[in-house]
Design a protein around this ligand. Sequence first.
Ligand code: FES
Length: 279
Amino acid sequence: MCNCNGSHNDNPLLPVVGKIIKIVEETPDVKTFHVTSENGKPFTPMPGQLGMVSIVDVGEAMFSVTTQGPEHLEFAIKRVGTLTDVLHEAEVGQSIGVRGPYGNGFPIDLFKGKDVLFIGGGIGLAPVRSMINYCIENRDDFGKLTIIYGARSPEDLCFKDDLFENWPKVRDTEVHVTVDKGDDNWKGNVGFVPAFLEQINPSPENTIALTCGPPIMIKFVLQSLAKMNFQPEQIVTTLEMRMKCGIGKCGRCNIGSKFVCLDGPVFTLAELNQMPNEY
Ligand code: FES
């Protein structure tokens, strides 16, 4: 099914011409690009889905849609190589190619009626943010929201407006932020995300946990959640970093017999436990 807004045809390989309408400098190496197209939003993703962003003569890569407005999509992009270097030099008004959506997205029905525990690290908050904002927009469908987020340092925290202004104001929502290493102005917690999670000690009862971040963080977050009696069926993560072509063609995302791009990138831990431990 195509979720486009009529601005392109059903061919998932055909990009639409997107226009950058706003750029937010999140950290020294992460910028969020607000992108629209001639016909409004280039496509309408569900939380956790991705889009392919391209620049002619440079290349293309898959990025999670970190959130969306009625007329635009947002991509939070970390500077890690040729395409992202060029994107980081882009200015408002520049055209880029955009196509999607790709991936299965978060299993919203699994979250409905439950408390939701979000655990993010670094740029891993980008896909998680799409689900946080979905829960906020549909606030009555979900129980308590607990957001735990960490980054290397205060300047590496992404989405500061959401963390410190917008999300704490939402009914029945807690936001807990930590950094690996503070600075002279940092008054918050210092320490790694898994230890911080155990300190906050959220109840597993009627709760779904969603986590995304660096692999090492996820590894220890999963151990901490297990200690707190979260069951594998209650834990959701996204392997979006494995997405390359997004359509089952390049063969670069398979784990055993599964293709991350076609079967995921979102999986419960119960599903991952059935797969070879290559993630
Ligand atoms: S990302 Fe290319 S086959 Fe899955």
